[in-house]
Design a protein around this ligand. Structure first.
Ligand code: NAD
Ligand code: LMR
Length: 328
């Protein structure tokens, strides 16, 4: 039995993500939580003839508690999205408190659940979540995931268009670091099977992966940021976690995690100087089974990108930790 919860379920990501989770045969119960509209979204989804029983909750009447109790996996796309000329860090002011409140609920009502944080800025909201869970005495680093799958999905799509492949998912490309601008580092040298990218196209390709989010924000012109591609990416990651927990082997996907608590993580922390970092994670029955070190095998070009990533990410991480340790 798998109970999945979406917090922020009525939003641009929340609705299509909930649809995909409702379509997933492995999910038995789907609880939708938001500050608005969940009764309607839940009623709508509940007519779909798949097994999951759908319920919707609002904040009143112990709604968060009811949504979270018994949850195995909690996916969090709650919070405001960017508008043109905003950075993800500009969202911190509002989203930090939203994520903090929801994670406090998780700590209280479903401390063993796998938590997937989508809300931006991921580089800070995941450290916030970790701090809240630590304070509540229930932090398990293997169960807290920052969702960076959209960066991987973009790398797959954009590289395919450059090398002329018709099937974008043919290549596995590790995208590591964080989830904003220069903290996003695609390692095309480690693509499997390998890809040959013309040297005059590499910088533009890397830049497009790093700033793919801006492309969507600009095109939506004030209407928000990526929602449908994010729902696809969020579901892809959630489904892998669900399958791994049920015993399927060989499932790997990058995720932004607290690495000291994960097998293989210490050497990556030593190499990067950062405790939170996204690397490919081998998933297993208890969540993150192993952090795979792709940092030490980066080529010289990628090492330069990584230096810029470390500098930016360090500040984002401390900002999140600080928010919980010394509240504003
Ligand atoms: P949206 O505004 O369409 O939806 C957000 C939803 O969150 C709304 O329905 C809102 O009512 C709800 N919400 C607000 N406060 C809440 C609370 N305390 N509890 C529960 N729900 C609450 O925004 P969106 O486009 O769905 O984006 C959501 C977030 O995801 C943004 O922060 C965005 O930047 C982020 N995002 C992350 C990635 C990624 O790769 N990790 C990709 C795209 C978007
Ligand atoms: C993305 O990468 O699309 C998201 O992080 C949303 C954004 O603000 O760009």
């Amino acid at each position: 039995m798998v109970k999945a919860v979406v917090a922020g379920a009525s939003g641009g990501i929340g609705q299509p993500l909930s649809l995909l989770l409702k379509s997933c045969q492995q999910v038995d119960e789907l609880a939708l939580y938001d500050v608005v509209n969940t009764p309607g979204v839940a009623a709508d989804l509940s007519h779909i003839s798949t097994p999951a029983i759908v319920t919707g909750y609002l904040p009143g009447d112990d709604g968060l508690k009811k949504a979270l109790t018994g949850a195995d996996i909690v996916v969090i796309p709650a919070g405001i999205p960017r508008k043109p000329n905003m950075t993800r860090d500009d969202l911190f002011k509002i989203n930090a408190g939203i994520v903090q409140g929801l994670i406090e609920g998780v700590a209280q009502h479903c401390p063993k659940a796998y938590i997937l944080v989508i809300s931006n800025p991921v580089n800070s909201t995941v450290p916030i979540a970790a701090e809240v869970l630590k304070r509540a005495g229930v932090f398990d680093p293997k169960r807290l995931f920052g969702v960076t799958t959209l960066d991987v999905v973009r790398a797959e799509t954009f590289v395919a268009s450059i090398v002329g492949e018709k099937v974008p998912t043919k290549n596995t490309i590790p995208v590591i670091g964080g989830h904003s601008g220069e903290t996003i580092v695609p390692l095309f040298s480690q693509a499997k099977p390998s890809v040959s990218i013309p040297s005059d196209k590499l910088d533009a390709l890397v830049n497009r992966v790093q700033f793919g989010g801006d492309e969507v924000v600009k095109a939506k012109d004030g209407g928000g940021s990526a929602t449908l591609s994010m729902a696809y990416a969020g579901f892809r990651f959630a489904e892998k976690v669900i399958k791994a927990v049920k015993g399927e082997k060989g499932l790997v996907e990058p995720s932004f995690m607290y690495l000291p608590g994960i097998s293989g993580g210490d050497s990556i922390v030593k190499a990067t100087g950062l405790e939170f970092f996204s690397v490919p994670i081998e998933l297993g029955p208890n969540g993150a089974e192993k952090a795979i070190d792709v940092v030490s095998s980066a080529n010289d070009h990628e090492k330069k990108l990584l230096e810029a990533c470390y500098a930016a990410l360090k500040g984002n991480i401390s900002k999140g930790v600080e928010f919980v340790q010394n509240p504003p």
